[in-house]
Design a binder for this molecule. Structure first.
Ligand SMILES: [Zn+2]
Length: 123
C-alpha cells in the first residue's frame, strides 16, 4: 500500500513543472502519460492527470454543492517515478539546460538531452 513520505525540511530541486507532459516509469501506473497538475516541492511528489486514480467516497453536502458518491481522483506520485516527455522526439528524456543571455540577463532553459529542443510547455 501507499507509503507515507515525511515532508522534507529543505525543498528538493525539482525540474518538473506544472503542465509538463510526463511519462510514468515505475509503479502501478507505469507506462501512462499525463499532464502535471501540481508539484509538491516539499514532499518531492507530483500530481499527474489520470495517474494513480483512487476512489474517494464523498458524502453529499448540499450546502456546499458537493454531490455524494464515489469520485475518482488522482493522488500524488514520487517525482523519481516520472520522466518528462519531449514534445519533438516524443519520448521520455532526461532534462538538460541551456543558458542564454537575454537582455543582459542569463536565462536558464530546460532542453531535451536527446534532441536539444526546449522543453517548455506550449501555451
Ligand atoms: Zn527531444
Amino acid at each position: 500500500m501507499a507509503r507515507r513520505t515525511q515532508p522534507r525540511a529543505v525543498p528538493r530541486k525539482i525540474e518538473i513543472r506544472k503542465n509538463d507532459i510526463v511519462k510514468v516509469i515505475a509503479g502501478r501506473d507505469r507506462g501512462k502519460t499525463g499532464r502535471v497538475l501540481s508539484v509538491d516541492r516539499q514532499r518531492g511528489r507530483v500530481l499527474v492527470e489520470g495517474v494513480m486514480l483512487v476512489k474517494r467516497h464523498t458524502r453529499a453536502n448540499p450546502a456546499r454543492q458537493i454531490k455524494g458518491g464515489i469520485a475518482e481522483r488522482e493522488s500524488p506520485i514520487a517525482i523519481s517515478n516520472v520522466m518528462i516527455v519531449c514534445t519533438s522526439c516524443n519520448r521520455p528524456v532526461r532534462i538538460g539546460h541551456k543558458v542564454e543571455m537575454v537582455a543582459g540577463k542569463a536565462r536558464r532553459t530546460r532542453i531535451c538531452r536527446k534532441c536539444g529542443a526546449p522543453l517548455e510547455p506550449k501555451r
